[in-house]
Ligand binder design. Structure first.
Ligand SMILES: *Cc1c(COP(=O)(O)O)cnc(C)c1O
Length: 397
């Protein structure tokens, strides 16, 4: 299935054509949705040959993938610049399988202190139960990670920018130290969607995405991807199968369809988020705006060096105020939905407290924290909505 005919095209052209195989689908641009558990073989010999190739892109049994999932995976691998991708039933499943692929009892994991909350929960519960020890580290540690690497450290897990607080990590420096110490570097690349950050050009071994977010892009699909180097590709696939994870065929189809418009959607998310972030920054109610494109964001210089843009997700710290005033604002927004997840076409906000789960770093702010997802609406309407929201906050009504 994997062809390299699009390899040399520019990114925006590649994303339109990659994973498209009209020559094998009777001319159809998009792959059909294969609903398959059982796959029949014409002979015992061919069945036995397929067993040998079952971790390749071979149609073998539903759990191992179908032409629909393979087309999607080919496109994701191309987007991220890795050797191969595996699709799974959620972003969290992708994080779980990638970690279990590389860790065993007695191993040590270095986990960034700003990791997505459920990633942290996985480390503190399931991994711990399996005898895998986690040490949390400061996202700004850079080359200093070398001092935390032990003989049994197998994985350095990164997420850049950090969940909720958006610190940008020095991935090349971390990768250099990790590789010198014999550890692999994993990245949760969901924020950049693989569009604004190319992990394999910066030393990452395994890039994970909650494709649920920007790749699917329409708030209606749960799907995750693991993209890796050639060295680790089979191990990632095998572990995903061992854990019984596979992405649903309709979701693979929708995610590939979503990917075709990723570039234009990301441009709008970026533009709207920057306009909103600048507007927030000028408001008297706001203590700080957490956005990698702002020069007071930790790691801003690294973002400028390594990223080609910013997505639609950023943070706002309000000056200390009562909870009632904040909920008066959030409960009655017209366009900003109150909902988890992000990366869809719509604007969202959540109220969070990034400080309470940290263990390696201290959160310096004491005001309420809003995580904002800038959707693709007309930004003037979004600003009007926020302006009226702040009036509610100020009147306490
Ligand atoms: C949402 C999210 C995930 C998990 O993805 P699901 O598909 O919801 O399981 C992982 N990492 C980050 C940074 C996320 O925002």
């Amino acid at each position: 299935m994997k062809t390299h005919k699009h390899k040399h095209r520019r990114a925006d052209t590649r994303i339109i054509h990659t994973g498209s195989h009209p020559e094998i689908f009777q001319g159809a641009m998009n792959p059909p949705v294969y609903h398959a558990s059982t796959v029949l073989f014409p002979s015992v010999a061919e069945m036995e040959a397929a067993v040998k190739r079952r971790y390749d892109d071979t149609v073998y049994y539903g759990l191992h993938g179908t032409p629909t999932s393979f087309a999607f995976e080919e496109a994701v691998a191309d987007l991220e610049g890795g050797h191969r991708s595996v699709s799974l039933c959620s972003g969290l499943a992708a994080i779980t399988a990638a970690l279990f692929a590389l860790l065993e009892q007695g191993d040590h994991l270095l986990m960034v202190d700003t990791a997505y909350g459920p990633t942290r929960s996985l480390c503190n519960n399931l991994l711990k139960k399996c005898g895998i020890e986690t040490t949390y580290y400061d996202p700004m540690i850079g080359a200093g990670i070398a001092e935390l690497i032990q003989p049994n450290t197998k994985v350095v897990f990164t997420e850049s920018p950090g969940s909720l607080t958006f610190e940008v990590q020095d991935i090349p420096a971390i990768a250099k130290a990790a590789h010198a110490g014999g550890a692999k570097v994993l990245l949760d690349n969901t924020w950049s969607a693989g569009h604004f950050f190319k992990p394999f050009e910066h030393g990452v071994d395994v890039s994970i995405q909650a494709a649920t977010k920007y790749i699917a892009g329409h708030a209606d699909v749960m799907i995750g991807t693991i993209t890796s180097t050639e060295e680790l590709a089979t191990r990632m696939k095998q572990t995903s199968v061992n854990m019984g994870y596979c992405a649903a065929p309709d979701d693979c189809y929708l995610s590939l369809r979503g990917m075709r418009t990723l570039s234009v959607r990301m441009d709008r998310h970026q533009e709207n988020a920057l306009a909103l972030a600048r507007w927030f920054k000028a408001r008297p109610e706001v203590a700080a705006v957490l956005h990698p494109a702002f020069d007071d964001c930790p790691g801003h210089e690294i973002w400028k060096r390594d990223f080609t843009g910013a997505s639609g997700l950023f943070g706002v710290i309000l000056k200390p105020t009562s909870r009632d005033r904040v909920t008066a604002m959030l409960d009655n927004m017209r366009y900003f939905g109150l909902g988890f997840s992000w990366g869809g076409f719509e604007s969202l906000m959540i109220l969070d407290d990034p400080g309470h789960i940290r263990t390696a770093t201290r959160w310096p702010h004491d005001g309420p924290c809003l995580r904002v997802h800038a959707g693709q609406e007309d930004v003037t309407d979004l600003i009007d909505d926020l302006d009226v929201g702040f009036a509610r906050l100020n009147s306490g009504a």
